[in-house]
Design a protein around this ligand. Structure first.
Ligand code: ADP
Ligand code: 5GP
Length: 188
């Protein structure tokens, strides 16, 4: 039976959400990643319809007005990110559970909307020094953007208590295994 469930991953940027999600997606569970829409520029090899649907600010605002988003946030100034209703329907139509990588406000919004049908996981970073180190190593932001992300992390960390589970991502392998145990129970 298609129960239309979802698993939400939220955490400050650089905490390791994408890394843990990519680990889970390779494990053969009936889950699929929700491709968000964004107004940020593609970085590196990112392609429209793979990592994100990339839209101009104008296109994004048209979609807001047309009611096409399940949720959206202005995560950074003029940088909008959102989940399209069509994306959820596409995944649920296959009988799969949706996996979201959304900011903390978006995660809380989705949990409120979907209640027990949603498993909300917060990825906890070991320290701000380590967050800075990981973002510098990833090397995908300008120094200015990097500071914005670290500044926002301090704010976002206050809301971890609103999630169903908090996973400390210190040793990656442990964090992946712990997350896998939780999601396999949720999918049963
Ligand atoms: P997010 O999706 O939350 O922004 P990423 O998954 O892109 O974060 O991780 C940020 C960076 O930190 C990446 O370069 C990733 O390889 C690295 N990383 C993730 N988890 C760990 C970990 N446990 N230890 C060391 N580096 C990590
Ligand atoms: P990035 O630019 O690093 O890919 O993402 C920046 C932030 O936007 C991350 O915290 C990510 O989880 C969040 N994000 C990505 N897609 C969505 C979405 O659809 N909705 C919300 N609310 N946040 C999103």
């Amino acid at each position: 039976m298609n129960q239309k469930k979802m698993i939400i991953f939220s955490a400050p940027s650089g905490s390791g959400k994408s890394t843990i999600i990519n680990y889970l997606l390779k494990k053969g569970y009936p889950i699929e990643f929700s491709i968000s829409a964004t107004t940020r520029e593609p970085r590196g090899e990112e392609k429209h319809g793979v990592e994100y649907y990339f839209f101009s600010l104008e296109e994004f605002k048209e979609k807001i007005d047309a009611g096409e988003f399940l949720e959206y946030e202005e995560v950074y100034e003029n940088r909008f990110y959102g989940t399209l209703n069509s994306e959820c329907e596409r995944i649920w139509a296959k009988g799969k559970t949706i996996v979201f990588d959304v900011d903390v406000a978006g995660g809380i919004r989705l949990k409120e909307l979907f209640g027990d049908r949603a498993l909300a996981i917060f990825i906890q970073l070991p320290s701000f020094e380590e967050l800075r180190r990981r973002l510098e190593m990833r090397n995908t932001e300008t120094p200015e953007e990097l500071e914005k992300r670290i500044g926002k992390a301090e704010f976002e960390l206050q809301f971890s208590y609103m999630f169903d589970n908090i996973i400390l991502n210190d040793v990656l392998e442990n964090a992946c295994k712990e997350t896998e145990e939780i999601i396999s129970k949720f999918l049963e």
